[in-house]
Each structure stands twice: as C-alpha cells, then as structure tokens.
Ligand binder design. Structure first.
Ligand SMILES: C[S@@+](CC[C@H](N)C(=O)[O-])C[C@H]1O[C@@H](n2cnc3c(N)ncnc32)[C@H](O)[C@@H]1O
Length: 299
C-alpha cells in the first residue's frame, strides 16, 4: 500500500511552532495527519483542531480526545473555531497544496500522467470540476487562469487550442486536454509544461489563492501575541503572498505606518530566508523538493 502522504519539513515545522504543551493548535491541512501527530506528541493538556476539506482525509483521523477533525475549508477558520468555543489560538500550521493520495488517485484527475475525468476538486461535494471550467470559460478567462496560476507564456494560444478542440468534442478527460494542446508543448519540456497547466487548473478549481488570503487574514486575528504561524507552500505565487503578509500584514507587501511614521507590522519573521528541505529529505521524499517554509510570530 502506498502512503497517504509523507509530511514535508516535519522537524523544522514542529520546531518552528515552538509548542506549549497546554496550548491550542490548528492544523489547517490535515491530509495524512503527519504534522498533526507530531504536534500532538508535544501536547499534554493542549488541544489540536484539524481541518481538511477532502473527506478522504478522515480515514487518518487520530483517535484522541484532545483532537477535533473538521471536514471544512480552512477559509472558514475563524467561524469554525468560534463555533467550537475557541477565540484565540497558540499556533497554526498550513501545509498547502495536494496530498500524495489526492495526486495518486487516478479518478481525481489531478495528475497528467494517467487518463481520467478532469475533476481536481479537493472537496468533491461542491464547486466546479476542471472539465466544467474548460467547457464554460471563454478564451480570455481561460488564458488568464493559465497565465496567472501556471505562469505559462503561451497562455493565449493554449486557451485558443482548448476552445477550438471543444467545438468538435467536449474536453472532459486528461487525454482530451493533452491532445488539444500537444502542438504547443515546448520541445523537451513536456513534464514541466503539463505540470504548470494542471497546477493552474487546480488552483482555479479550488479557489486556492482566495482560500489562502482568507485563512491568513483570519489567522492574524485569532493568534495570541507570541503565537506562531508556520506555512509551507509549493509554488512561487503562494510563497509571495505568505512572504508579503508576514512582512507587512497585507498581500501587496506595502506596510502601513502610524501617525509618527513607525511601521505597523503584525508579525516578527522567525526565518529571514525561506526554509527549504535538506538534500537528505529530498533524497528520501522527492515530492518535498519544492516545499518552502516561512515562520512568523504574532507581535
Ligand atoms: C500537502 S497536504 C497536507 C499533508 C499533511 N501535512 C500531512 O502531514 O499529511 C494538503 C492537504 O490540505 C488539504 N487542503 C488544501 N486546501 C485546503 C483548504 N482550503 N481547506 C481545507 N483543506 C485543504 C488537502 O485536501 C490536502 O489533504
């Protein structure tokens, strides 16, 4: 049996949380529960609340009275915690993106390596599938997704190719999509091209950037002073948002000043330089290679 997930930067992230044994912690991306289990091993009377919008993650629920699992999107962090009676927390970890399980389950349609319906929803109970998006978005909307979230230079041509293909046959499977755009793949860069294309669709389908900005904004409000936030990202767009937010408290990276001209910054960055996995970790877990971690302490 293949692992549900192997957690990235496990030791470094747990050290970054600076855990208090009696604290209240939130893991907003439970997945296989690797980070959650490590947090729990440091708690005595503390509590752990774990979110995952994918019900599949519930198979990994930790049977411990100190843990609450919520099958919820983390963009509703604050309301869910308030519902449970928590107004403040001591720390939060977010390990963004998809789990190995989601990527490897062929029928979920996250991977370009096997043919399947283009679904890509992390929460299979709601929202548009990738195939719905390829059916309903106009050329301009699609090009914008490919450009913004895939950073693909030829995004307009790709969108045009999809629109052309769907005039004769709907684009609903991985194969339909790869066939529609194959003439645009740069020489010898097939994997890179499709990885970016599929990433862009996944981000749009799951509204990942909106969920991230909503969650970070709420995390700032509910973290206690001195509380830590650890965020692991897997692509530069997410990392830029997290970096700006930690530096300035907003997403475009311009810090506000008070009446006297002093910078108003809500966090202290614990690591000045982004933390990446060691060579040793990448050798053992190649999928962790693009992980980037930032740690912040609420002032
Ligand atoms: C990289 S995995 C986390 C792995 C986990 N740290 C572990 O040790 O197994 C990301 C998980 O976060 C979940 N996820 C991503 N975005 C989410 C969101 N907006 N709300 C809730 N869960 C989300 C995914 O469903 C996936 O299971």
């Amino acid at each position: 049996m293949t692992a549900y997930h192997l957690p990235a930067l496990l030791e470094e992230s747990i050290a970054g949380l600076n855990l208090r044994p009696d604290g209240v912690y939130v893991d907003v991306t439970f997945g296989g529960g690797g980070h959650s289990r490590a947090i729990l091993s440091h708690l005595t009377t503390g509590r752990l609340i774990a979110f995952d919008q994918d019900l599949d993650a519930a198979v990994n629920i930790i049977n411990d009275e100190r843990v609450t699992f919520l099958n919820q999107n983390f963009r509703y962090l604050k309301n869910n915690l308030r519902y449970l009676g928590y107004k403040e927390i001591d720390g939060l970890i977010a390990d963004l993106g998809v789990s190995f399980h989601q990527f490897d389950e062929q029928e979920r349609g996250f991977s370009f390596r096997s043919d399947a319906q283009l679904d890509m929803r992390m929460n299979r109970k709601s929202g548009l599938r990738a195939s719905d998006l390829l059916r309903t978005y106009d050329e301009e909307q699609m090009a914008s997704v490919f450009y913004r979230y895939g950073e693909l230079d030829n995004s307009r041509k790709i969108a045009r190719a999809v629109v052309k293909a769907r005039q004769t046959k709907p684009v609903v499977t991985v194969k339909d999509l790869t066939e529609a755009v194959e003439s645009l793949v740069p020489f010898n860069q097939e994997n890179k091209f499709y990885a970016k294309l599929f990433q862009s669709l996944r981000i749009e389908v799951n509204r990942e950037m909106d969920a991230l900005t909503d969650m970070l904004t709420q995390a700032l409000h509910i973290l206690k002073p001195g509380g830590r936030m650890v965020v692991i990202t897997y692509h530069s767009l997410e990392d830029r948002l997290v970096k700006n937010f930690i530096r300035t408290g907003n997403f475009d990276g311009t810090a506000e000043k008070d009446f006297y001209g002093n910078l108003l910054v809500p966090f202290r960055a614990i690591n000045r330089k982004v933390i990446v996995p060691s060579e040793d970790e990448v050798a053992k877990n190649n999928r962790a290679r693009s992980a980037r971690m930032r740690i912040a302490e609420k002032i």
